[in-house]
Design a protein. Structure first.
Length: 275
């Protein structure tokens, strides 16, 4: 598996699809408590159209040491260093949840490098309520049975219909527990602490690429009303010059929209990036 050696860690990433300029590069940035494996429902389809690069953020997956000191700036440095190592001058970005926040920040930090941003289930900054939610989850992880903790997490990730089939819920829990690179209690705590570094809004007036922000119709962590309100403020006259910002809703899906509606999300990504 490919790694890039950085100053304080060894960054693991997955790469799939045609290389050598045959297809445009696409960077996938995972969310909280997730790593590159979280893209599996849509990665094979995306790899038919793009050179897909999906890193394990620090404190996740096969990136080591794990846990490690963490912050928004540290993760942005990691992503920039990864692109440098792969000699990718310009890239489109798809980020989910915390990964969407990182996508906004990366497009603000290096606007010449990001040619398009698709932000899934995430705003440019974190809200105090979401910090409290993940800190609470982290505390419960340390004191709860793993299967109980995952069942609770699924209520935040999936729409109510997911629980209509108990066997499917149990299978998902078994799969999560069996994953050999699942996040440790200590790594989740370190990642949760890093969320406070996302409170300050990045310099989004520097973003110059087209942006599509989407969320699930039934997302309780990033409700459509919250997304619409924030996107409307971003696109107010004079707020984000030079950028084309759209927002959309994925039906019959909650926060983990690319797991519940992979075909719909894949089509959103491909249509947006090939326009």
């Amino acid at each position: 598996m490919p790694y890039v050696d950085l100053q304080d860690l060894r960054l693991h990433y997955r790469r799939q699809g045609p290389r050598g300029g045959e297809k445009p590069p696409l960077l996938l940035i995972a969310g909280m408590a997730s790593d590159s494996a979280s893209w599996q429902p849509i990665l094979p389809a995306l790899a038919e159209h793009f050179d897909v690069i999906a890193p394990d953020n620090r404190c996740t997956g096969q990136t080591v040491p794990n846990p490690v000191k963490n912050s928004r700036e540290a993760m942005l440095d990691d992503l920039s260093a990864l692109l440098d190592a792969l000699e990718i001058a310009q890239v489109a970005v798809v980020g989910h949840s915390m990964g969407a926040m990182l996508g906004w920040a990366l497009a603000a930090r290096a606007p010449e490098r990001i040619c398009a941003l698709l932000a899934m289930s995430g705003l440019p900054e974190v809200t105090p309520a979401r910090i409290d939610f993940f800190e609470t989850l982290s505390s419960l992880r340390a004191s709860s049975a793993p299967e109980v903790w995952y069942r609770l997490l699924f209520h935040a990730l999936f729409s109510p219909s997911f629980f209509n089939e108990p066997d499917r819920v149990e299978a998902a829990i078994i799969s999560a527990l069996a994953y050999p690179h699942r996040q440790s209690t200590e790594a989740l705590a370190a990642q949760s602490l890093a969320l406070s570094s996302f409170i300050e809004t990045p310099a989004i007036d520097q973003v110059s690429c087209p942006v599509l922000s989407i969320t699930g119709e039934q997302d309780v962590l990033m409700p459509p009303s919250m997304l619409a309100k924030r996107m409307n403020s971003i696109t107010a006259p004079g707020s984000l010059p030079g950028s084309q910002v759209q927002h959309a809703i994925v039906s019959n899906a909650a926060h983990a929209l690319h797991w519940e509606q992979p075909e719909q999300v894949t089509r959103n990504i491909i249509d947006f990036l090939t326009q």
